[in-house]
Design a protein around this ligand. Structure first.
Ligand SMILES: [Zn+2]
Ligand SMILES: [Zn+2]
Length: 432
């Protein structure tokens, strides 16, 4: 019997963490992330006895953020790849630096985690215990992202992590048709209830609108998460022949440059290099120049909650010739969501470093949402599962990494198709 314990990411997006235990009680942890809200930010703690390995699907904080906590009292190999490690380090350092929340770990533990890192290439079968192996498969979500195949006591478990099997410009999509037969699937469910609009039309419309605005004396602010989304926007502008100025600010600068060192993690390094060559990185001084020029400003944060996008947002909101185009999911209660729903942006707090005072502004500029998601949507996640092959007599599906409605909808749907399917709750243990 193999034991699977769900430590987090159950009926929610955030603090992903799964513990897999063999019949000899050897253990492997897959992902150990954080969530940004509430009192409980970390996945559940667990008995570290006989922990053999920790493995990471990708750098996003909801998967990686709490990893240093494990290394506080443990010295076990940490399996990831070079691009994920570098970005994870940047994101966790940033998280610790800016957070008001007292995380029960610090930079010392992060450094220890770095020391215990072992790089694992996709497709290589890595022994981690007696009859216990892991291997990585491209997940198509962001650069470096992988799904993890766990072979333990003659059972094969696929943990998808965050996946995308749709075409994007930055990374190659995943596909489940090359995955060997499995006994159990642990799948993300983020967008089970939504289908993304046709990508090509969306990209074209996005680029055309931007070209039109910048040729008519306006600027476009693209608030974007520094990892992947910013670079995807850059590639779309390149693809549709945008010739104007592009400014990149904040964390997106560092990540954009870093990715040049990992061509194998990108779909087309030549195209990427070209796109990046056409962009200018903003220094603090440069921000005033960008404010006065027509062009595109790509700046985190993606939901206008903070980051350098704050520096530009007020002047753009007041300019009918300009626009704010959001390209990532806007959580309820975020300034980005308020812009889309009500046409108003309200910052209640005064920001540090003199960016701006608290304000409430009705948008005079154009604003819109372009759904350039890096997750499979409802139709594609179902396709992914359909293309998977299960071993005779095995049919376990665990639906995680989605809200309650998404995870339970997918689980019920799969149960009707005669899978043993559930949306586990936090702390639940299953034996397969
Ligand atoms: Zn992710
Ligand atoms: Zn995630």
């Amino acid at each position: 019997m193999v034991k699977i314990t769900f430590l987090g990411g159950c009926r929610e997006v955030g603090r992903s963490g799964v513990l897999i235990e063999s019949k000899n009680q050897e253990k492997c942890i897959i992902d150990y992330g954080i969530r940004f809200r509430g009192k409980e930010r970390l996945p559940l703690d667990f008995d570290y006895n006989n922990l053999k390995a920790v493995a990471l699907t990708h750098c996003h904080i909801d998967h990686s953020g709490a990893l240093p906590f494990i290394f506080k009292n443990n010295s076990v190999p940490f399996f990831t790849n070079a691009v994920s490690l570098e970005i994870t380090e940047i994101l966790i350092r940033d998280m610790i630096r800016i957070s008001n929340y007292a995380y029960p770990f610090g930079l010392k533990d992060l450094n220890k985690m770095m020391q215990y890192t072992r790089f694992l290439e996709n497709g290589v079968r890595q022994k981690i215990g007696k009859d216990f192996y892991i291997s990585f498969i491209n997940a198509g979500h962001i650069p470096g992202s992988v799904s993890i195949l766990i072979e333990v006591d003659n059972k094969i478990i696929l943990y998808t992590g965050d996946i995308n099997n749709q075409i994007t410009n930055l990374v190659n999509p995943t596909s489940s048709s090359f995955i060997p037969e499995i006994d159990a699937l642990i799948t993300e469910s983020t967008y089970v209830l939504r289908n993304h609009p046709g990508r090509e039309d969306l990209e074209k419309n996005f680029a055309e609108k931007i070209i039109d605005i910048t040729e008519n004396d306006g600027k476009v602010l693209i608030p974007a998460f520094g990892v992947a989304r910013s670079q995807e926007a850059l590639l779309i502008l390149q693809k549709y022949g945008y010739k104007g100025k592009i400014f990149i600010d904040g964390l997106a600068r560092k990540i954009s440059t870093l990715l040049l060192n990992f061509p194998e993690s990108l779909k087309n390094i030549k195209m990427y290099r070209k796109a990046l060559n056409n962009a200018q990185f903003l220094s603090r001084k440069g921000r005033n120049i960008a404010k006065r020029s027509n062009g595109v400003i790509i700046a985190p944060s993606g939901m206008l909650r903070g980051g350098p996008s704050k520096f530009f947002v007020e002047s753009i909101l007041n300019d009918p010739k300009s626009a704010i185009y959001l390209i990532g999911y806007q959580v309820e209660g975020s300034p980005g969501r308020s812009l889309l729903d009500k046409g108003i942006i309200e910052f209640k707090e005064k920001f540090r470093r003199g960016y701006m005072e608290a304000f409430k502004i009705e948008a005079k500029c154009d604003y819109d949402y372009f759904d350039f998601s890096s997750h499979a949507d409802g139709a594609h996640i179902r396709q992914y599962i359909e293309d998977l092959r299960f071993r005779d007599g095995s049919n376990f599906i665990f639906c995680i990494h989605g809200d309650k409605e998404a995870t339970t909808t997918l689980a019920n749907e799969m149960a009707k198709k005669s899978y043993s399917s559930v949306a586990p709750e936090i702390g639940e243990v299953y034996k397969i």
